[in-house]
Ligand binder design. Structure first.
Ligand SMILES: NC(=O)c1ccc[n+]([C@@H]2O[C@H](COP(=O)([O-])OP(=O)(O)OC[C@H]3O[C@@H](n4cnc5c(N)ncnc54)[C@H](OP(=O)(O)O)[C@@H]3O)[C@@H](O)[C@H]2O)c1
Length: 293
């Protein structure tokens, strides 16, 4: 597994990270989480991304990492869900860091993202300041922002964050020429979320769920020629080698799926004509697509 610098933060991360949303549900056992984390480490996947909104994900990761915490770069999110404290306030960030440390059973968060707050929260200052204080206190190594569009650009330009997380995929190429390229030029790390565009090829008909439904609609509109190594390979390699992207965060609870994506990224960047055709298809069909999946 290729490891890369996360911008100028001093952290090194695997080019494939595990998005740990799917291990938060009630249908997943501790044994399965243990196996997933074990597979990730065996593959050299050292970046693990979670959030308080992913059900039991933080707690389960904390348990599964007992004795192997130092082998991973642990990323989570902040801003909401601390009992008794209003969301998106300075005290919610300060207390949220301690809650995350306790759930993840660690003494530091390698990456802590503000989880998709709006521009109003960012410019107000108290939330960003509280995150900076957590960095100064040594509880957070890198302050990060996860989100899209105007707030994402503000975060990139603010100087307050070492890394950002945003949608980048074959279906979501809009940020590449804007926020991603600017972030990279400024030395910020960039994590590509939803790199497989939620896997829209899985559905014969348009799913009702908003973001997956939109992904399906875009996938159909692009009308891409089949890729001999399969859609997951095409999507993973497009996002992992998109200029400015430090790593992709693949959402899965299945060790075999993580291994497939790791193997794809080890094949290297897509051939230039293939990547070029994906960019042209997006410009033609999706140049006017606003909003992110
Ligand atoms: N606001 C935010 O901060 C935010 C929002 C969205 C996402 N994220 C981050 O990004 C991560 C990924 O996002 P996501 O899960 O929404 O989208 P994604 O990674 O683009 O797609 C996940 C889907 O792809 C499937 N998949 C994974 N590997 C596959 C493979 N090898 N072959 C075929 N299908 C495969 C998964 O199915 P299986 O489950 O069956 O493997 C799942 O249905 C999240 O876990 C999170 O870390 C952050």
């Amino acid at each position: 597994m290729e490891h890369r610098p996360l911008g100028a933060t001093g952290l090194r991360i695997s080019a494939v990270g595990l998005g740990a949303g799917r291990i938060g549900g009630p249908d997943v056992s501790d044994t399965e989480v243990d196996a997933l984390v074990g597979t990730a480490l065996d593959l050299g996947v050292t970046l693990l991304d979670t959030a308080p909104s992913y059900g039991l994900s933080e707690e389960r990761l904390g348990r599964a990492l007992a004795g192997r915490r130092e082998r991973v770069v642990l990323s989570t999110k902040l801003g909401y869900g601390v009992p008794g404290i209003p969301d998106w306030t300075g005290p919610c960030i300060t207390a949220g860091v301690d809650v995350a440390l306790s759930r993840l059973r660690t003494d530091r968060l390698d990456l802590a993202h503000l989880h998709s707050c709006g521009l109003d929260v960012l410019v107000r200052g108290d939330v960003v300041d509280a995150l900076q204080r957590a960095v100064a206190a040594g509880k957070v190594r890198v302050a990060a922002y996860s989100g899209e569009d105007e707030p994402l650009l503000w975060a990139v330009r603010s100087g307050a964050f070492g890394a950002v997380q945003c949608s980048v995929s074959v279906l979501d190429q809009g940020p590449l020429a804007g926020a991603v390229s600017e972030a990279s030029a400024r030395g910020l790390g960039v994590l590509a979320k939803r790199p497989l565009g939620n896997g829209p090829w899985r559905f014969r008909d348009q799913p009702a769920e908003g973001d997956v439904g939109e992904a399906w609609r875009r996938f159909r509109a692009l009308a891409l020629p089949p890729h001999p190594l399969g859609w997951a390979d095409l999507f993973a390699r497009f996002a992992a080698f998109a200029p400015g992207v430090s790593a992709i965060l693949v959402g899965t609870g299945r060790p075999a799926h993580l291994a497939e994506v790791a193997a794809s990224v080890e094949r290297g960047a897509l051939e230039a004509p293939v990547a070029g055709a994906l960019r042209s298809a997006f410009l033609q069909a999706g140049g006017g697509w606003t909003g992110r999946i």
